[in-house]
Design a protein around this ligand. Structure first.
Ligand code: SF4
Length: 353
């Protein structure tokens, strides 16, 4: 059940950052496996993701009623959001979106009264059924605010075995759960470059009968406050691996969870937790360092080099120009994950610029 919406969603959602128009087989397979929650955004693959859904629905209009379609706006001002929504509907060949997200909310101050009014009006027009946001940065703060606000139906948030160790995040998830705000997890794999610790984790779970990736999905979905996990980027083998993980009813043991906790602690310096309100105070000239870290992760760990470069190119030129000259020492001193921010920013510039 997705919070108070009254809608039952599958425990796996199909993340659609891939060229959906060319990979219609993924949509057909997803439907066959019961993955009817489809997650896209106006910006994914330059619009090809939404257009691919449109291609599918044009050929299969009878399937619309079986789907729970989520898309997102990269704009914030209501008039601009409205334009993007209209374009999304047109691209996807549908009259309504089941759940409409503000893409990548960075903090509670983006939940404005104007936005609230737009949501009420647009729900009345029946162009959106439910509203919420996705968030990769300052998640705990945004979730807590949404739980209090009363007009956010659902949130897709970074949530994985690492975030599960964070007390603030746990309190925020609990607040949403109690308030009936539906929660969908993303970035469940919390990937990083392979280390010795990764190899140990992989070997442990293989002995238990599943892959490390399957164990990470299980860890998130065993938290019953999470309605669904959004995974897959168009790779059928990964999608099948995830389906197998949820069909297999073996639960993680206390020892498995302890291993995740220890691993998260030992490898924290390879993972950006998205708390850009912390490093942002030290280097206000480079806002949302967490996003640059995320693009670097897309490049290094997901192998999505083109997408990573395109996202990086959207950072304002004046910010990109400063990336190599800023002194990050204060930000590094504050970073709870002890990330070598300066070195990673240099790596981002060399790989993504
Ligand atoms: S670089 Fe450090 S402080 Fe900044 S968002 Fe990432 S984990 Fe948080």
């Amino acid at each position: 059940m997705l919070g108070k919406t009254g809608v039952e969603v599958p425990v796996l959602a199909l993340g659609m950052i891939f060229n959906v128009a060319d990979r219609q087989i993924v949509l057909r397979k997803a439907l066959e496996w019961g993955i009817t929650y489809w997650d896209t955004a106006d910006c994914y693959t330059g619009g090809n993701s939404e257009l691919g859904i449109g291609k599918f629905l044009k050929a299969n209009p009878d399937k619309r009623k079986d789907l729970f379609i989520v898309t997102k706006s990269d704009d914030r001002a209501p008039a601009d959001i409205q334009k993007l929504l209209e374009r999304s509907l047109e691209r996807m060949e549908t009259d309504y979106v089941d759940l409409y997200f503000i893409h990548g909310l960075e903090g509670p101050d983006e939940l404005t009264e104007e936005l609230k009014a737009w949501v009420a009006k647009t729900k009345k027009s029946k162009k959106i059924r439910f509203f919420g946001f996705s968030t990769h940065g300052n998640m705990a703060e945004s979730l807590t605010a949404a739980a209090k606000a009363g007009w956010v139906d659902a949130i897709m948030t970074t949530y994985n075995f690492r975030e599960m160790q964070d007390e603030k995040m746990q309190a925020a998830v609990e607040a949403c759960y109690k308030a009936g705000v539906g929660l969908v997890a993303m970035k469940t794999q919390a990937r990083q470059i392979e280390t010795e610790e990764d190899k140990r984790l992989t070997e442990h779970f293989l002995k238990r009968g599943f892959t490390e990736g399957q164990a990470k999905i299980k860890a998130v979905l065993e938290d019953k406050r999470i309605s669904s996990a959004c995974t897959s980027r168009g790779n059928l083998a990964h999608l099948y691996e995830n389906v197998a993980a949820v069909l297999d009813k073996t639960e993680l043991t206390q020892a498995d969870r302890e291993l995740f906790r220890q691993y998260a602690q030992d490898t924290c310096s390879g993972y950006c937790a998205g708390c850009s309100n912390i490093c942002g105070l030290a280097v206000p000239e480079v806002p949302h360092i967490n996003n640059i870290m995320r693009y670097l992760m897309y490049y290094n760990s997901y192998g999505e080099r083109q997408d990573a470069r395109e996202l990086f190119a959207k950072i304002p030129q004046n910010v990109r120009d400063k990336l190599l000259s800023v002194d990050y020492s204060q930000a590094e001193a504050r970073c709870p994950q002890h990330l070598p921010i300066g070195r990673l920013m240099a790596e981002a510039v060399s790989k993504l610029a």
